[in-house]
Write a protein of this length. Sequence first.
Length: 138
Amino acid sequence: MTVHKATIVEGRVVPHNPILWGQDLHKYQGKKIRLEIKADNGTRTLTQNRLYWVYIHAIAADTGDTPDAIHEAFKLKFLRRFTSEGFEYAGSTTGLDTAEFTKYIDTIKAFARDELGIILPEPNDENMLAYLASTYGI
């Protein structure tokens, strides 16, 4: 799959990289294609990523697994992808936009609560700093 970023200006698509856009249009000349348009919410933020790793470390501490093992398990469970040959693999969190990453974090929080009995603090919870201090010495 090829992904291009563009801006819609007065009803026209203005590609951010017109040379690559033109090359891809030429490559698919005469072929049927599927064109998907969605808002570019930008990739996950540093703040989101920090919160994610706080949650991963908290779950690892409660389950006895390593943070990396938890990270990989959640990617496989919630970001499962398949190759064109049908092989399964864990998707990456790095390509998720802010909305997708928020949904991923919310899914992990719900799983931790419902399946593991782990209540993760809200990022704006006044007890978050106390939680971080007691759990990680921060």
